[in-house]
Design a protein around this ligand. Structure first.
Ligand code: ASP
Length: 328
């Protein structure tokens, strides 16, 4: 009797495990950007191009492995963006651009497409990884956005360690700031924000964006990146979006939300929604930049109206792509 019970038990367990395996596993995907602007092949040395490509690859690899190991899209977005923030190559975290008074003020935001929870920080000066603080605002405060001094007091309460503002200094950004001041180059020429959108095994989307803003921005200026709906948006019913470009235009066109709304209300595909928003709405009012967008089925779109945009993805087929120029 006992033997029979054991056999039946074993058989049921086997059946259960087989059924579990038979469940079609949700495929994961991830897409990132490292800013859009006048990025032309002739202006980028082969060495620098290699550095950009390998940093984008490193960030994508980490993010994708979090997803394949069953981690959440939020975890993937935060870890991926933190790697780009720590690199001096991008205008986010280390490598952030200069404000008009010679400092660095950082903005970041994150959104969870399942719950529509969101968190953002603006104008923070001493937080090494603003994306981590944005997530903490989302998860540990009743608010969506904290700015400046208040955001830093909150960070202290949450156990964040601080860096001095000159931690963000890089020679390259300093020289570029000088050029802008001297009128040798247009303010809107180069961007360099970082962003990530991920789809996890549970079918949840998350999006995040982090930036130093625009070179020589007036101190206190806040761009689109920390504004939910402008620089970042994620909704499991449509897609996740992270933007980069001349923030004032992205705010006025509510670019990230508009892409999601076009999908949900007009039944557009992620690619037509994103492309029509960048090449139509944004371009019409004179804005420059681009977005990355990823829908709940893993479809990816990366339109921009500048010469280039640092960007990369790992699709649902597991294949990685890293692109910089328009012609890539
Ligand atoms: N969108 C950012 C801002 O306006 C800048 C960028 O994407 O490069 O602050």
């Amino acid at each position: 009797m006992q033997f029979r019970l054991k056999t039946i038990h074993g058989f049921l367990l086997f059946l259960f495990m087989t059924m579990l395996n038979a469940q079609p596993q949700q495929k994961v995907a991830i897409v990132i950007h490292g800013g859009a602007g006048t990025i032309e092949k002739s202006k980028l040395t082969p060495e620098l191009e290699k550095e950009y490509r390998s940093k984008l690859e490193e960030a994508l690899t980490i993010g994708h492995s979090i997803l394949t190991e069953g981690g959440s899209s939020l975890d993937a977005v935060v870890s991926t963006i933190a790697i780009l923030e720590d690199s001096p190559l991008f205008n986010a975290g280390k490598g952030a651009v200069f404000t008009s008074d010679g400092h660095h003020e950082l903005d970041a935001s994150i959104m969870d497409g399942q719950s529509l929870n969101a968190g953002a920080v603006a104008s923070v000066k001493r937080i090494k990884n603003p994306i981590l603080l944005a997530r903490t605002v989302m998860e540990k405060s009743p608010h969506v956005m904290l700015a400046g001094y208040g955001a830093e007091v909150f960070a202290k309460e949450q156990g964040f360690s601080f860096v001095e503002n000159d931690y963000f200094f890089t020679e390259k950004r300093y020289e570029y700031w000088q050029k802008v001041i001297e009128g040798e180059t247009g303010e809107a020429e180069k961007h360099g924000t970082v962003g990530c959108v991920a789809l996890d095994q549970d079918g949840n989307l998350a999006a995040g964006t982090s930036t130093g803003g625009m070179t020589n921005k007036r101190f206190g200026r806040i761009g689109d990146s920390p504004i939910i709906g402008a620089g970042t948006y994620a909704d499991n019913n449509s897609c996740g979006v992270s933007a980069t470009g001349h923030g004032e235009y992205f705010i006025r066109e509510v670019i990230a939300f508009k892409i999601c709304a076009k999908m949900e209300l007009q039944g557009m595909s992620v690619d037509s929604a994103a492309s029509s928003t960048i090449h139509g709405d944004l371009t019409t009012i004179g804005g420059t930049g681009g977005v990355i967008a990823l829908d709940k089925n893993g479809n990816i779109s990366m339109p921009f109206n500048t010469a280039g945009m640092y960007r990369g993805y790992v699709g649902t087929d597991g294949k990685m792509g890293i692109l910089i120029f328009k012609s890539d």
